[in-house]
Design a protein around this ligand. Structure first.
Ligand code: UD1
Ligand code: CA
Length: 454
């Protein structure tokens, strides 16, 4: 049977107190609804339909590249009404209902729910909670068959005592849904069309309501406010930390790690506290990451050491590199094996050859450095003339004295030396010395000015 997924995302999310639609608030750097879309995409659905309402245009834009379809719910008249907006777009296989504000649902859980669905049976995901308040309660008969869901606001005292709760997530055939949805009424405490009322219809028709449970309750927790949002973020980060540790990564503190994207690590990687990884990040074997480091879309080769408070963005490090503390590698930075970038150094669009060193307080942009180059403290590549960017080329084993300005376009030859404090605006030949600073003069026994006598 084919599968359609319907994701409800029309609610306003008033309690977030935000101008951003609730489902666009990010978890691990990604909008909540995208987590749900991504999880659904692994189920082999023929199509995913997102029901939008409040802030609908922004949700549509945020999902534009995912290929999902949209159904518009102009007025929020309940979860049953919401699903009904997508009814015309559904195929004739199975239908799975998910929620844009329940981001941590796992694919395995949904797969086991979907196996319950056939012409004589539907699937309902339930969870047993210590404190069931606010949730719809699962009503079973003496044979333990599910016969109805009663919303908190419509429940009597006996039903309120039930701890098995409706997660809202359910699956059925499209034919069942098409029979049941038009029959819903809004004759209840909230005056809404409850999707949950289809359960009693199934029971009345003799369609079995098979239940499945998530492996952990956090999977089915919804977000209504920022406090729940933060709780889900921590829970999600905790499980990322657990799986990194299971794969052999040493974390100084699993509670102080944030991965907003995908982090892959070789064996014996060590990550100190407070690090943030964004986008696609790869750490080779034995890499050590110092505290409070941010790494985005980068590859760090084996046995490299990144010291505290460094920021590495769009960089490729070949391996055995030493970076930081307080280094900033911007996009296009490429370090060959054993290259070193020290404190308060910024690089951008720069190739640094094998064994070359930029140890302190420099800016190297739009440049290529050969092997074993030594860049003295305070060296600046002046790559921008106010209109265009220009390149600096530095040959193997060149030595740039401290506090030099290299005015691009310019090249410094192999084995050449630039004297400290020089401003280099013309090419320097191989193995030559270039110095541009003024000559030092000396005046012996020179009397320092003193304040005039009164
Ligand atoms: C719903 C269930 C309840 C379950 C709980 C789990 C119903 C009637 N009740 O209650 O049994 O225990 O979820 O969290 O289904 N939405 C729309 N359009 C609407 C109404 C809702 O898109 O017209 C979306 C909301 O944005 C939200 C989700 O559906 O993401 C759930 O709606 P909400 O009103 O929060 O349902 P609950 O009252 O919590
Ligand atoms: Ca409601």
């Amino acid at each position: 049977m084919s599968l359609d997924v319907v994701i409800l995302a029309a609610g306003q999310g008033t309690r977030m107190r935000s101008s951003l639609p609730k489902v666009l608030h990010t978890l691990a750097g990604k909008p909540m609804v995208r987590h749900v879309v991504d999880t659904a995409s692994g189920l082999g659905a023929q199509r995913t339909h997102v029901v939008i309402g409040h802030g609908g245009e922004r949700v549509r834009e945020a999902l534009a590249d995912t290929g999902v379809g949209f159904a518009h719910q102009a007025e929020q008249k309940g979860t049953g009404h919401a699903v009904a907006q997508a009814l015309g777009q559904l195929g004739d296989g199975k239908v799975l209902v998910l929620y844009g504000d329940v981001p941590l649902i796992r694919r395995d859980t949904l797969t086991s729910l979907l196996t319950q669905v056939n012409d004589h049976s539907m699937g309902l995901l339930t969870v047993t909670l210590e404190d069931p308040s606010g949730y719809g309660r699962i009503v079973r008969d003496e044979q333990d068959n599910v016969v109805a869901i009663v919303e908190q606001k419509d429940a009597n005292d006996e039903q309120l005592a039930i701890r098995e709760c409706n997660t809202g997530i359910m699956a059925m055939t499209s034919a069942q849904l098409k029979r049941w949805l038009p029959e819903l009424s809004s004759d209840n405490a909230q005056g809404e069309y409850y999707l949950t009322d289809v359960i009693a219809m199934a029971a009345a028709e003799g369609v079995r309501v098979a239940t499945a449970q998530p492996s952990r309750p956090i999977e089915v927790e919804g977000v209504n406010n920022r406090s729940q949002m933060a709780r889900l973020e921590r829970a999600h980060q905790h499980s990322i930390a657990e799986s990194l540790m299971a794969s052999g990564v040493a974390l100084a503190d699993p509670a102080r790690l944030d991965v907003r994207g995908h982090l892959s690590c070789g064996h014996d990687v060590f990550i100190d506290v407070g690090c943030v990884f964004e986008g696609e990040v790869e750490l080779g074997e034995g890499v050590r990451i110092g505290p409070y480091t941010v790494i985005r879309n980068s590859h760090i080769g084996a046995e490299s050491v990144i010291e505290a408070h460094s920021i590495i963005d769009g960089a490729v490090l070949a391996g055995l590199n030493q970076v930081g503390p307080f280094a900033r590698l911007r996009p296009g930075s490429r370090l060959a094996v054993k290259a070193k970038v020290g404190n308060f150094v910024e690089t951008k669009n720069a190739e640094v050859g094998e064994g070359s060193k930029i140890n302190h307080l420099s800016y190297v942009g739009d440049a290529r450095l050969g092997r074993e180059v030594n860049i003295g403290a305070g060296t600046i590549t002046c790559n921008y003339d106010g209109a265009n960017k220009h390149r600096t080329e530095i040959g193997d084993a060149a030595f740039i004295g401290s506090n030099s300005a290299l005015v691009a376009p310019v090249s410094v030859g192999e084995g050449a030396t630039v004297g400290a404090g020089s401003t280099i605006s013309r090419d320097v030949a191989d193995h030559s010395l270039a110095v541009t600073r003024a000559r030092q003069i000396a005046k012996a026994n020179w009397p320092r000015p003193s304040k005039d006598d009164e």
